[in-house]
Design a protein around this ligand. Structure first.
Ligand code: AMP
Ligand code: ZN
Length: 493
């Protein structure tokens, strides 16, 4: 079966062919670490996590590079996001970067996403970015003004390079409009030109020496420089949210072509946006739910808490190229469906029936559904469709347990194939985890709190008999109580 992917560059589905057989290089634009990631950011990284996991499942050796943006990503008023974070929190910019990188990693772990193979930081690759600007200048696609360096979009277009192809923009419109947030717009030859290197003003404390000025790199440059360094001048897949198509990815392509003459990636994959109240979830509009708010239930948008795996499952229910609207009702439905899936997975792993030694009457239906899961994933990673087939399999599994389907109508080898594939899909590819163990420990914590409280009341009432009985029975169960000045704590023996 061939893997088909939707390539944003051609606007079509294409057969995926890696540059080197058996190996894939994939670059995904990572977070700008000046605030806590919101659920929209998480959706994009979960989508690419599933793509990463599926490519590995197909047997590819994948080098997955996802950067950390810690310089150069400017706000509308031209202030660097990192410096704004530092100003508001009275921290060093690097402290801000570290704080939110740690938070981002914690969140990614909570949602069970795999770490990328390499996670380079923009500030750790200033030399590489300076070298790329030099290459662009050498090839005549850049110019220097007052210590800043700009990319010459007009020359790039005149030389018949495809500026605007990825984002589907008309060149004339592109040339008329500026899409960057620089303070010195009048230094540019054309409004559409963009900064490669920016001379730092006095207030700009993140600054480095360069041949042109003490300054800092333009935002788009880091991804061009770091993808080239770790994946080569041309690699297989470049990804990100579709809000990055323009100007970020369009300018990345221009920089790479300007520096070495060819485009960086063969396939561009873009995820669609997570919506809240029908509008893009976005930090700047204040239209966000944080992962913490969702997990603790502390959000005005939800009526209860949703576990990390329910949240992850919720994101699986829309194709990565479709928008997904987060609502309390949709989350409740996801919680129910996730529970049903996990219950069927439990039956699947523990059910012992007398399956047939020869081909059973249900085998064909099961085998077709198993094949369909691969067909759906190979069709541009259609997770919701594959999930649909998996739920049909869950209905069969539940019916076997309830006795509505005879185990003897399924062959042993067919059942075992289903066990193997569903484990691979649900846990390895979709990255879901069984949270019931975790829930067990939550329940024990709750019960112990109650028991300790009851013992405290007994002691306050001088009911030493009950208090000692509770302690002794817990000891028999392997639990020790320790009374201290801050109350009673418990440990396992
Ligand atoms: P940022 O930290 O703003 O650079 O964003 C990090 C990643 O999250 C980028 O790939 C964005 O495209 C993506 N992103 C931002 N908002 C959303 C959203 N509402 N839904 C899905 N992805 C998003
Ligand atoms: Zn990028």
């Amino acid at each position: 079966m061939e893997l088909i992917v939707f390539n944003s560059l051609s606007g079509e589905k294409e057969v995926f062919k890696p540059i080197h057989e058996g190996r894939i290089g994939m670059y995904v634009c990572g977070p700008t670490v000046y605030y806590d990631a919101h659920l929209g950011n998480c959706r994009t990284f979960i989508s690419f996590d599933i793509i990463f996991r599926y490519l590995m499942h197909l047997g590819y050796k994948v080098r997955y590079v996802r950067n950390i943006t810690d310089v150069g990503h400017l706000l509308d008023d031209g202030e660097d996001r990192m410096l704004k974070g530092a100003r508001l929190e009275q921290l060093e910019p690097m402290e801000v970067a570290q704080k939110y990188t740690n938070g981002f990693h914690d969140m990614m772990r909570v949602f069970n996403t795999l770490s990328p193979s390499i996670e380079p930081r923009a500030t750790g690759h200033i030399m590489e970015q300076i070298e790329m600007v030099e290459d662009i200048l050498k090839r005549g696609y850049g110019y220097i003004k007052n210590g800043s360096v700009y990319f010459d979009t007009l020359k790039f277009i005149k030389d018949k390079n495809p500026y605007g192809k990825l984002s589907g923009r008309i060149v004339e419109d592109l040339l008329a409009e500026s899409r960057d947030d620089l303070k010195n717009q009048d230094e540019k030859n054309n409004p559409s030109d963009f900064a490669l290197w920016i001379k730092a003003g006095d207030e700009h404390i993140m600054r480095w020496n360069s041949p042109w000025s003490v300054g800092f790199p333009g935002w788009h440059l880091e991804c061009s420089a770091m993808s080239t360094k770790y994946l080569g001048e041309t690699f297989d897949i470049h990804g990100g949210g579709n809000d990055l198509k323009f100007p970020h990815h369009e300018n990345e392509i221009a920089q790479n072509m300007g520096a070495c003459g060819h485009a960086p990636a063969n396939y561009w994959l873009h995820t669609n946006m997570l919506l809240l109240n029908g509008k893009k979830m976005s930090k700047s509009d204040g239209n966000t739910i944080s992962p913490e708010e969702l997990i603790t239930g502390n959000s005005v948008h939800t009526t209860k808490a949703y576990s990390p795996m329910v949240t992850r499952f919720f994101t699986l229910q829309a194709h990565y190229r479709s928008t997904l609207d987060i609502t309390d009702d949709a989350l409740k439905a996801a919680e129910k469906a996730h529970k049903r899936l996990m219950e069927s997975m439990k039956i699947l792993s523990s059910y012992k029936g007398s399956f047939s030694k020869t081909v059973g009457s249900k085998d064909e239906e099961i085998n077709n559904l198993l094949k369909q899961c691969y067909a759906d994933m190979n069709d541009d990673f259609n997770v919701p469709k594959a999930l649909g087939s998996i739920f049909e399999l869950c209905t069969i599994i539940n019916s076997v347990k309830d006795g509505h389907i005879e185990a003897s109508s399924i062959s042993e080898s067919c059942w075992m194939a289903m066990v193997k594939q569903l484990n691979a899909f649900v846990y390895d590819i979709f990255g879901l985890k069984d949270e019931s163990q975790h829930q067990d420990s939550d329940t024990i914590d709750g019960l112990m709190k109650l028991i300790i409280e009851l013992r405290k009341t007994a002691r306050e009432n001088k009911d030493w008999g009950s208090s000692d009985k509770i302690r002794d029975m817990l000891k028999e169960a392997g639990i020790l109580l320790k009374d201290g000045k801050d109350g009673t704590e418990w440990t396992r023996e």
